[in-house]
Design a protein around this ligand. Structure first.
Ligand code: AMP
Length: 307
């Protein structure tokens, strides 16, 4: 039996500038990256999102080919797909958002199809918190785990609704800068404690090329990021991480802290592939061998002995 993962998030067209090049319109969006990363696992993965009439058929087909259920992706006649544009700085760890055009997202009222009402795990990808709340309200049985990803844009524009979603989820996954903005705390340990108090039992703080931290009560797990020779485009790293994390947890049907540590490594491995090429290009072509080599590299990177 396969366990079920429901992903809610944006599907988008992105324009990206990095020190290594520029692209004007490529497939992006949180749900796209999450779905593609999660679909590598032996699970039933479905995406709920919205796109405009301009969304290319081949892009929807790409998700379908990976076995993703896209029956919950609404196509708005005459509408334009969500558009995001960003520029990365020389260190690739920081970026400036140049443009966010919500387009069809502005009036999106998510409708979860009946057959997707009872997922084992729900991954609320980066999206308006009001839409995240509306989607969550439609889930019938309480899922084993609800995971939330968000970003500074929603902290600036929809803080009240965001606080309501944060209260309802089990795990939150955000980057260090966002954790600091959310809590007004410089120390990430203190920030994680404050976020625990807001609701989530598990707090993941991503630190780009410096890895990720998982906090649960008084326990902390620290995962490295793989030192890579070439990083081309960090877009979607956080979402690929979320897809690897939730895909692995769904497949193994085990949400213990110790299994979450392995899930973090799967997520980090997935993110490391994404950043090596522009957009989703690398993510869709990872061989089994490449994946297992990368997991091995993570293990070697962190194993040592102390007398
Ligand atoms: P990440 O690099 O993992 O933070 O995710 C990048 C993806 O998030 C891009 O493909 C964008 O289309 C999408 N994105 C950017 N801004 C937003 C936003 N405000 N809400 C939802 N998705 C966004």
């Amino acid at each position: 039996m396969k366990y079920k993962l429901l992903v809610v998030g944006t599907m988008a067209y992105d324009a990206i500038e990095t020190p290594f090049g520029k692209v004007h319109k490529i497939l992006g969006g949180a749900a796209t990256y999450i779905g593609l990363a999660a679909s590598r696992f032996s699970i039933d993965c479905a995406v709920v999102s919205v796109v405009g009439e301009d969304f290319e058929k081949e892009h929807l087909a790409l998700l379908k080919d990976k076995g993703i259920d896209v029956s919950g992706v609404e196509i708005v006649p005459g509408g334009e797909t969500f558009f995001w544009s960003g520029r990365y700085h020389n260190d690739l760890n920081t970026r400036t958002t140049l443009d966010t055009r919500l387009n069809v997202l502005e009036n999106f009222d998510p409708k979860i199809p009946d057959h997707l009402f009872t997922p084992d795990i729900v991954m609320l990808g980066n999206l308006s918190p009001d839409i995240q709340l509306a989607a969550l309200a439609q889930i019938k049985n309480k899922p084993k785990l609800v995971v939330l990803d968000t970003m500074n844009f929603w902290m600036d524009h929809a803080r009240e609704s965001l606080d309501k979603v944060i209260e309802k989820v089990d795990v939150i996954s955000i980057n260090d800068e966002e954790a600091r903005q959310l809590t007004d705390q410089y120390s990430l340990v203190k920030a994680a404690q404050m976020i625990h108090e807001m609701g989530p039992k598990y707090v993941i703080i991503k630190k780009g090329e410096h890895g990720a931290l998982l906090f649960h009560n008084n326990e902390i797990f620290c995962a490295p990021a793989l030192p890579l020779e070439e990083v081309f485009d960090p877009t979607g790293a956080g979402d690929s991480f979320a897809g690897g994390f939730t895909g692995y947890l769904t497949q193994t049907d085990d949400i213990s802290f110790s299994n979450m540590k392995s899930a973090i490594i799967y997520g980090s491995a997935m993110a490391s592939f994404t950043v090596e090429k522009f957009g989703t290009e690398n993510l869709v072509n990872i061989s089994h061998q490449a994946m297992s080599d990368r997991l091995k590299a993570f293990k070697e990177l962190t194993t040592f002995e102390i007398e």
